[in-house]
Design a binder for this molecule. Structure first.
Ligand SMILES: [Zn+2]
Length: 299
């Protein structure tokens, strides 16, 4: 990402934001967000159109604007503020709470409503889903627990904990291709069915290696993948190319971010923070990250 002052120069006005949004949304010209057609779509005002396809909007046509069917819809919040807040979230490597964002955007004592900043932050995090292709190459899979010290527990206790579904602990599972992308999500529990399904949905069958710890819930993977286990309980951490250090690095960044910036995260919102951290990692070398995010959140 560019510097903040360069970003501000790129988006000095509402019009500059709307032009950018329209360009990311409609690469080949304005389309009706309801029927997805370009024909019979007429401009009525700046950034407003009417679709005249009879089966779409009826007699009066369907009226839409540049923000219809985007995350910006139904708010009167300036796009400039939305964009600026996205800039801070995208560039905060360790995460940034809505309160911190509010302070850098408005200063310490402003009359601006913190709830608006919070709302925008949450909408951006929800938008940071990003589709990831099935992972290939050398992949590490691991689960972690947020909200307690389960990560450091012995495997058998950890398993017992997962099975009893302790109220305060939330399980997160992730798969990362070394030097590549990560997929991570909150899961209800860490039983064999859930973990196995997650791996099969995120990892390509042609994967060169899947490395996990000795958690027995991964035992089915070997049936059709090159699955190798590192036995942490036996003091093993790296056996040849078998280790889970990359994903553990991500968990530690994620947890430090959660603790340092957000202090406490409820089960309801944790998926949003998982999105945010995974998205930032996946776009670390993407010079078009902001444009891609805008495109994602307007479709
Ligand atoms: Zn239409």
């Amino acid at each position: 990402m560019e510097t903040l002052s360069a970003f501000d120069r790129r988006f000095p006005t509402e019009e500059s934001c709307k032009d950018f949004l329209a360009a990311q949304r409609w690469l080949d010209g304005v389309r009706c967000p309801r029927c997805n057609r370009k024909e019979k779509v007429y401009a009525i005002k700046p950034y407003q159109w009417r679709c005249r396809n009879a089966d779409c909007g009826g007699r009066n046509g369907y009226k839409f604007s540049v923000i219809t069917h985007t995350i910006f819809q139904d708010t009167k919040i300036e796009l400039k503020l939305w964009f600026r807040i996205a800039y801070f979230i995208l560039t905060a490597k360790k995460g940034m709470s809505a309160l911190q964002v509010h302070r850098v955007v408005f200063g310490e004592d402003s009359g601006h409503d913190y709830r608006t900043t919070w709302y925008i932050c949450q909408r951006w995090r929800a938008a940071m889903k990003g589709d990831v292709m099935p992972l290939t190459g050398e992949v590490e899979v691991d689960e972690t627990f947020v909200g307690g010290k389960a990560h450091n527990m012995h495997a058998s206790r950890r398993k017992a904990l997962a099975l009893t579904g302790t109220k305060n602990k939330i399980a997160v599972i992730g798969a990362i291709a070394r030097k590549g992308m990560i997929v991570a999500k909150v899961i209800e529990n860490t039983d064999t069915a859930k973990l196995d399904k997650f791996v099969r949905q995120t990892v390509s069958k042609d994967v060169k290696l899947v490395a996990t710890d000795e958690h027995s819930e991964y035992r089915l993977l070997g049936a059709d993948m090159n699955h190798h286990v590192v036995r942490h309980s036996a003091g093993e951490y790296v056996v040849g190319t078998t280790h889970t250090n990359t994903i553990e690095g991500f968990w530690s960044l994620f947890k430090r971010g959660i603790i340092g910036s957000y202090h406490k995260v409820s089960k309801e919102y944790l998926p949003l923070y998982v999105n945010e951290f995974a998205w930032r990692l996946n776009n670390r070398k993407n010079s078009n990250a902001f444009a891609d995010l805008i495109a994602t959140c307007s479709n």
